[in-house]
Design a protein around this ligand. Sequence first.
Ligand code: HOZ
Length: 462
Amino acid sequence: MQMFVILLQNTLGAGGMGAQNSLESPTEYGYTARMVESEKLFERACCVIPGGVNSPVRAFRRLERAPFFVSRAKGCHLTDEDGKQYIDYVGTWGPAILGHAPECVLEAVQAAIPQGLGYGIPTRVEVEMAETVCRWFPSVEKVRMTNSGTEATMSAVRLARGYTGRKYVIKFEGCYHGHVDSLLVSAGSGALTHGEPDSAGVPEEFAALTIALPYNDTAAVAAAFARYPGQIACVIVEPYPGNAGFYLPRPGFLEFLREITARHGALLIFDEVMTGFRISPAGVQGKVGITPDLTTLGKIIGGGLPVGAFGGRREVMDCVSPLGPVYQAGTLSGNPVAMAAGLAQLRYLEAHDSYTRLEMLGARLEEGVRRILRDLALPLTFKRSGSMFCLFFSTEDVYDLRTAMRGDFEMFRRYFLSMLEQGVYVAPSPYETGFLSTAHTEADVDATLAAMQRALAKVRQM
Ligand code: HOZ
């Protein structure tokens, strides 16, 4: 036990809760948090997994408490190991657009499994997946499947360098493109949450080829192209950034990126791992009508199983091995069970007018949040597009990393804990996005708004 207390204190940081006295004690939020099973599992996890989690975004370290451990999930609900249920707005960090464990995906997976779990040789379902992606994303003429969004961005950047014969990559501060060495520079998501936007272990020489610029700053992009003439391989961007909170491009910004990359012979890569199949069937590019050279995808395309993809112009994609000299591979890439799950999810989305429903739910949530903020005279910033949203604990507009970081973390922490207490799970960091699913009902949204009203009223008294 002593060892666990030390581990937990290390994990939570100085001033963190003590394992012995907090999880079962009345908290300042006036409830008795019963996390007996989660606490036990976290104790075991801390002994054998760094920080007790398999991805840093899952740790509640900065919130000064242990995470809850999930035992099952269905629709928009998570149930933890202690039997407490939550309305979930994290949605597996994006994939669960139909909610958790949708019947259509379960059936497809159950039908695929008896045929074998993977062969490392081509299958029909990979062709169907590639045809589906190319049909949904007109900019994608050819696509290669990977096992994660990280693999997709890593491969897309390598391809851009191989195709152009150039070294430099422009990215934007606060955008997160997975844990690729050269892209862990001013990175968002867990890297930002835990204070490591420029990860240790990335040699200076690697990072020196990455130019990190403020999002929405056209002058900075123009200056970088002027400074490195003929040397910039690509600009990679989350067209709607969702890893430092969620904010939007200013009018003309994405168009400017398209124009300047084309003028300088650099490739434009839209990282639509989060926004693909979500903001519209063809992601942000489908909504704003911009054609990138390459697109990276993940999350929704896997239906909850580990999948990523990168694709784009035929001429560029034909540089990928075995047609071209850019090597890219994967034992499990195009795994038939994952392809079946992803295809089932995409087919359901297409057949059920899902985007209208997601927009209706998003609009209902936004209207409610704005009403609460007005009623409480708490002019916080709220951003939304379709089923992605973020409440910033800042009264100023948010349009880049600097403005996203102006939020009051302590306010966020109290808000998060109050929501959790009331059975609503929002991302455990102010630098993440909220996701709605088609499984959320109007009643779920209304219950969430009622919880939010109470949480924000409490926060306002700070
Ligand atoms: N890309 C996810 C949202 N920021 C994070 C998932 C993870 O790092 O585990």
